[in-house]
Design a protein around this ligand. Structure first.
Ligand SMILES: Nc1ncnc2c1ncn2[C@@H]1O[C@H](COP(=O)(O)OP(=O)(O)OP(=O)(O)O)[C@@H](O)[C@H]1O
Ligand SMILES: [Mg+2]
Length: 263
């Protein structure tokens, strides 16, 4: 792990006041941001540890077009997961503004944010995050029932996704009865369940065997063709090859944004 910059609470407070002032002065309009999957301005995310704060995201501004595939890469501890969580509405920033599809999500109450997430952003986590007491099928049905789909339809949708993932014979399995690759495929099916316009994936091909890894890469290629907005934290060359834009991230900051024309 690289050494993180540790800043005092006083410094952080002063800098947050400054960045909030900047955001207000910028006066970003919702209308202006409708054409983008993401517009974020001056994002800051700090984690408090004892008397110190770690600035995991440090004044990040970014625009992501609808239907773009973005790869975020950078060393361990750079703040990639933290940034992904902010962009997908899993966490809220300490300061700064995020619009997603024209909706300002950065200061939503948790209840509204979780509803927004359910319909707009599908997360694929590095450690799968399946609910351990639910079967594969039930894990996929879970977000469908939260969004109000009736059980019969949810079952059909879950089954369709399980078949797509090559897991129809693992329907009744609990997560601990599945291999890592199978768990990851259930997790992807769950992320796709409500057909969200944006998919966020954190190292989706890490720690998987070659065959499953290729299956998941092909799936992302297919998702890209379906015009979903996709944000992937990865170091995988194949996935990087699918990117419309590669963001190099370190120490909470964007070091470089490379636009790939031919994609
Ligand atoms: N919940 C938390 N509480 C306190 N500090 C945290 C928390 N999550 C992350 N951090 C700190 O924030 C920094 C960025 O972490 P993050 O997980 O976003 O990095 P990352 O780039 O995803 O790293 P990796 O490649 O290892 O997954 C790290 O220094 C980490 O220790
Ligand atoms: Mg991470």
């Amino acid at each position: 792990m690289p050494e993180k910059e540790i800043v005092s609470k006083k410094m952080v407070k002063e800098s947050l006041q400054e960045s909030n002032k900047n955001v207000l002065e910028t006066g970003v309009l919702e209308e202006e941001n409708k054409g983008y999957a993401i517009v974020c301005n001056d994002l800051v995310k700090d984690y408090e540890i004892g008397n110190f704060l770690v600035r995991a995201v440090d004044h990040v501004s970014l625009k992501i077009n609808n239907g773009e595939l973005i790869v975020i890469k950078g060393p361990s501890g750079a703040g990639k997961t933290t940034l992904l969580n902010l962009l997908g509405g899993l966490d809220s920033p300490n300061s700064g503004i995020i619009y997603s599809f024209g909706v300002r999500i950065s200061d939503m109450e948790e209840e509204s944010l979780s509803t927004w997430r359910l319909l707009n952003s599908g997360f694929v986590f590095q450690n799968y995050n399946l609910i351990s007491t639910l079967t594969s099928e039930e894990n996929i049905i879970f977000p469908l029932s939260l969004s109000g789909m009736e059980l019969k339809k949810s079952r059909e949708r879950a089954m369709k996704l399980l078949i797509k993932m090559g897991l129809d014979d693992r329907r009744e399995h609990l997560p601990f009865q599945l291999s890592a690759g199978e768990q990851q495929r259930v997790a992807i099916a769950r992320a796709l369940a409500n057909n969200p316009p944006m998919i966020l994936a954190d190292e989706p091909t890490a720690n998987l065997d070659k065959k499953t890894s290729q299956f998941i890469k092909d799936l992302f290629k297919e998702l890209k063709r379906s015009s979903k907005t996709i944000i992937i934290v990865t170091h995988d060359d194949y996935l990087i090859g699918l990117a419309d834009k590669i963001i190099s991230f370190d120490d909470g900051k964007i070091l470089d944004e490379e636009i790939i024309e031919e994609n």
